[in-house]
Design a protein around this ligand. Structure first.
Ligand code: CA
Length: 489
């Protein structure tokens, strides 16, 4: 068994040159060699901003870069053929593919409709602040250029619950459509957080339920993806995805890997969502991301012993997808909370080398973000290769100090020279006695992130006194493994 390792294969500011699918295809082999086993690709369907769209302003989910819509045939990332070729290339290299699914809203409608609507108080969407008013809502989607290919479904106001723009009065606001209610159970921020943006899908509507099932089945059949990354799940009635996921797995005839984006620092909200959806999916460990952010921005005063307290990794590791940053937390984006460079190697050592959770490596950390002069994370490729080859076996945690914390992996029989020792500090340099277990007794362990001169020979029990420099992480592997790592570089 190889460790599962996900990569988010895009960042927000990829150049809009239509070349991303071809790059994905070209890089597939290198990614497989680096230990990536699952690639989360960006939304592949036409957005309202055409070939400039990152993909979350969903316009037509059947247009994967095939129809002249929104000013272009291709999407920001390329054409349908290039997308399908990229998926094939990844799968040929042993990498499963996750499609990004945005079912909360639609944008860029082809026309407006006159709809009765009630203004809602923006910070309490359970509160009406007007009577019924006639507004011009962008809710009419005809997809004329696609002309019914793949699906003749057209969207109209009956399929949506609300919007944030009245085109007749040229005014914004949260408008709930007459006769509609917000989804019964969503996140309770702003009273009821069903509404996020655009024309909000009424996921209680029978036609919407049927159409999103048909689309999902078409998508599975067309692309052959292995699973889904589900966008904005806290803004969609919690029973919707529970049913949709069941239908997708039934259609494919097997379990599909799915991970949901529930953006909340409160782990209880995440575990509640897992409860409601019967743990059919995993969730990104958003609380852990914020622990990283706090640790990285507290001038060495963060209590590292609490890094996993109240995180999904700490509470339900088998349903946690761990990550350091993503396209929403990078500089310039809505949820910006980008982990400072000095802490990134610490965070990646934690998510890549521990047993708990499935780690997701961010494209912008792997390749850098030229748009913001962000460099690739130092040592990330080395950490990935250690994960792939050596981070196996029982885990021993030493999160017992406010600054200097670490863990060991004992290694296993299946992976030659496996076993890892990790020590880090958010503050001053420190030492810690840690035990890697009897498999590594008497072995020389070489620190591989800082040049290879820090060597520790373990005692007869597999223990040693390890040292780490201030504000850094050190990672030791067996000397024979270190030699292999150098050969792999
Ligand atoms: Ca919604």
């Amino acid at each position: 068994m190889t460790n599962k390792t996900m990569m988010q294969y895009f960042e927000w500011y990829l150049p809009a040159n239509g070349l991303h699918w071809r790059r994905t295809q070209a890089q597939a082999k290198a990614l497989g060699e680096a230990g990536i086993t699952m690639a989360w690709l960006p939304p592949a369907y036409k957005g309202a901003a055409g070939d400039q769209s990152v993909g979350y302003d969903v316009y037509d989910m059947y247009d994967l870069g095939e129809f002249e819509q929104k000013g272009a045939v291709a999407t920001k990332y390329g054409t349908r053929e290039e997308y399908l070729a990229a998926i094939s290339a990844l799968k040929a290299c042993g990498i499963e593919v996750l499609a990004d699914v945005v079912l909360n809203h639609r944008m860029g409608a082809d026309g407006t409709e006159t709809v009765g609507a009630i203004l809602q108080q923006s910070n309490d969407r359970n509160r009406d602040i007007s009577g019924v008013q006639q507004i011009a809502a962008w809710t009419k989607f005809d997809f004329a250029a696609r002309a019914g290919k793949y699906s003749d479904f057209c969207w109209n106001s009956s399929h949506f619950s609300g919007t944030d723009w009245d085109d007749a009065g040229k005014r914004g606001g949260i408008f709930r459509f007459e006769g509609k209610t917000w989804n019964r159970e969503t996140d309770t921020e702003n009273g009821n957080y069903d509404y996020l943006m655009g024309a909000d899908l009424d996921t209680d509507n029978a036609e919407v339920i049927e159409e999103t099932r048909r689309w999902g089945e078409w998508y599975l059949d067309t692309t052959g993806v292995d699973g889904f990354r589900l966008d904005a799940v806290k803004h969609i009635g919690f029973d919707f995805y529970r049913n949709w996921m069941e239908k997708m797995c039934a259609h494919r005839g097997r379990d599909l890997f799915m991970v949901g984006e529930y953006w909340s620092k409160e782990v209880a909200r995440l575990t509640h969502y897992l409860d409601v959806t019967k743990r059919r999916l995993s969730l990104f460990d958003v609380p852990l991301h914020f622990h990283f952010y706090q640790a990285a921005t507290s001038n060495g005063n963060y209590d590292m012993a609490r890094l996993f307290a109240d995180t999904l990794t700490g509470i339900d590791p088998t349903h946690a997808v761990t990550f350091v940053d993503n396209h929403d937390t990078q500089p310039g984006q809505a949820l910006v909370s980008f982990i400072p460079a000095w802490f990134k190697p610490l965070a990646y050592a934690v998510i890549l080398l521990r047993d708990a959770g499935i780690p997701c490596v961010f494209y912008g950390d792997y390749y850098g973000i030229p748009h913001d002069n962000v460099a690739p994370v130092t040592g990330l490729l080395t950490l990935l290769k250690i994960r792939k080859n050596y981070a196996y076996g029982a885990e021993q945690m030493y999160f017992d100090h406010s600054s200097v914390v670490g863990f060991t992996r004992a290694g296993d029989e299946e992976h030659e020279n496996s076993g890892v020792v990790v020590l880090m500090t958010d503050s001053a340099a420190g030492t810690k006695k840690m035990c890697a277990g009897p498999r590594l007794a008497g072995r020389a362990m070489v620190e591989v992130l800082h040049g290879g001169s820090n060597i520790m020979t373990l005692d007869g029990a597999g223990a040693g006194e390890f040292t780490v420099a201030g504000g850094s992480v050190s990672v030791w592997v067996a000397k024979e493994a270190a030699a292999d790592l150098y050969l792999m570089q």
